[in-house]
Design a binder for this molecule. Structure first.
Ligand code: GLU
Length: 466
């Protein structure tokens, strides 16, 4: 499958969904296409010569501004991929009801080819190019981390944006999200997408109208294979194992490891940090990466790498009951048809991996309000909590257990608020998906999510008379 199929798959999902929504003529086309894609080519003098780089920033829809979405550093990045990802960003923001349009960016680069200093230089040049066209701007276009980028790159971008000087100086920290906490970031942003995957799966299992997985409506004992062990895959695997799931397989680009008794996620991460690969992890069976997705049947697969992991070629051979799309676009539209016929359920990307952008929204709000979350009511809540403990102890005539006291009188920190806000948003969005699925008799969770989101975007356009 080529990258082109990713964009085509997203367009096909949109086409199918728009047929179910009553749209003004021509609007379906607007929703299916990106409004603009800017290609940037720039040179950076490194190692005694000028090296050329190419990158993109695509804006899918400005129905709400700022537009939002990550910047990917990858050697195979290309315009079609960036446009598909920008489109998905609009859909996911609308699905979880956060006030952003969709955008996405990429730089065609293998970060491993460059030193940290060189990457900083390249990132700062890229930022200058984007800033010149307001493609990085706190009120217009707010990048974030994606594959190959993280807190470090976001800190460089924010700093370069600040140095360039701009009219909206008081809000400049909000020009990107995913910054280190000491540079205006928010607790819980690094884990956010993995945390969102956990909340999405919990929301599925807790919902009254969803089918059980292997007869269970709880995570306990469910077997899980995770594909991709980067930031998203690692955190998802860690949080699901904390909920009682058994991680029986981890599939990476260079090797896959399996243990039917369950892998210790942190031990695998440490082993990979030491050796450079998960392959030959002690006690596990190591197999070729290409066989990773089909090697062992499990209750759940979590593709957490990138698009086109499950295609028309391998979709007949995967054996899972539920696929939870932590990556963007891991299942092509062709493959999804086959999976549906085979009775394999798919929890779709635009819902499952929205945790990243949701916590980015919290960070952006924190930056533009200039007020840390929970500051105003922290003391007040702690005082009320302590009063409740005292009253309960008076009534009971005995001290509460430490755990009870901590639950009632504990001071809430930023990370507690971030996690509770994210969980609320994920539960609400899943309820919206299920309501639509039942009311409109939609076959798949993906289609229900697309219908919800397209109806919402259409409402925005209608309200402004477009
Ligand atoms: N790159 C992430 C995504 O694809 C996060 C985007 C953001 O936080 O703006 O959803």
């Amino acid at each position: 499958m080529t990258q082109q199929n990713f964009l085509q798959s997203v367009e096909r999902f949109i086409d199918t969904a728009t047929q179910r929504v009553d749209l003004p003529e021509g609007l379906a086309e607007r929703i299916a296409q990106c409004n603009s894609t800017y290609t940037v080519r720039f040179g950076v003098k490194l190692r005694g010569r000028i090296h050329s780089f190419v990158g993109w920033r695509s804006v899918h829809s400005e129905h709400i501004e700022p537009v939002k979405g990550g910047i990917r550093y990858a050697p195979d990045a290309n315009q079609d991929e960036v446009e598909a990802l920008a489109t998905l960003m609009s859909l996911k923001c609308a699905l979880v009801n956060i006030p952003f349009g969709g955008s996405k960016g990429a730089l065609q680069i293998n970060p491993a080819d460059w030193s940290e200093d060189e990457l900083e230089h390249i990132t700062r040049r890229f930022t200058q190019e984007l800033a010149r066209r307001d493609l990085i701007h706190p009120g217009r276009n707010v990048p974030a981390p994606d594959m190959g980028t993280g807190e470090r790159e976001m800190a460089w971008m924010a700093d370069e944006y600040r140095k360039l000087g701009n009219s909206d100086a008081i809000n400049q920290a909000a020009c990107v999200t995913g910054k280190p906490v000491v540079r205006g970031g928010i607790e819980g942003r690094v884990e956010a997408t993995g945390r969102g995957v956990q909340f999405a799966l919990r929301a599925y299992l807790d919902h009254a109208d969803t089918a059980p997985i292997s007869g269970r409506k709880s995570m306990d004992g469910l077997t899980v294979v995770v594909q991709g062990f980067g930031n998203v895959g690692y955190h998802a695997a860690k949080f699901l194992s904390e909920d009682g799931a058994r991680i029986v397989g981890i599939v990476e680009h260079d090797a896959a490891i399996f243990d039917p008794n369950g892998l210790n996620v942190d031990a695998v991460a440490s082993f990979r940090n030491e050796t450079g690969s998960i392959g030959t992890f002690p006690g596990a069976e190591t197999v070729d990466s290409a066989q990773g997705l089909t090697h062992m049947a499990a209750d759940i697969l979590i593709p957490a790498a990138k698009e086109n992991a499950i295609t028309a070629e391998n979709c007949h051979d995967v054996n899972y009951q539920l696929i939870v799309e932590a990556a963007n676009g891991p299942i092509t539209a062709d493959a999804e048809e086959v999976l549906t016929k085979r009775g394999i359920l798919v929890l779709p990307d635009l819902y499952v991996n929205a945790g990243g952008v949701v916590v980015s929204y919290f960070e952006w709000v924190k930056n533009i309000t200039h007020l840390p979350f929970g500051l105003m009511d922290k003391r007040q809540n702690a005082t009320v909590g302590r009063a409740v403990v005292t009253a309960l102890e008076d009534i009971a005539g005995r001290p509460l257990h430490d755990q009870q006291r901590n639950q009632i009188a504990r001071e809430t920190s930023e990370i507690d608020l971030v996690r509770s806000g994210l969980e609320e948003i994920m539960i609400r969005a899943f309820d919206d998906i299920m309501r639509c699925k039942t009311a409109q008799k939609v076959d798949t969770l993906r289609m229900a999510a697309y219908v919800v989101t397209i109806a919402r975007i259409a409402d925005f356009y209608r309200a402004i008379g477009l």
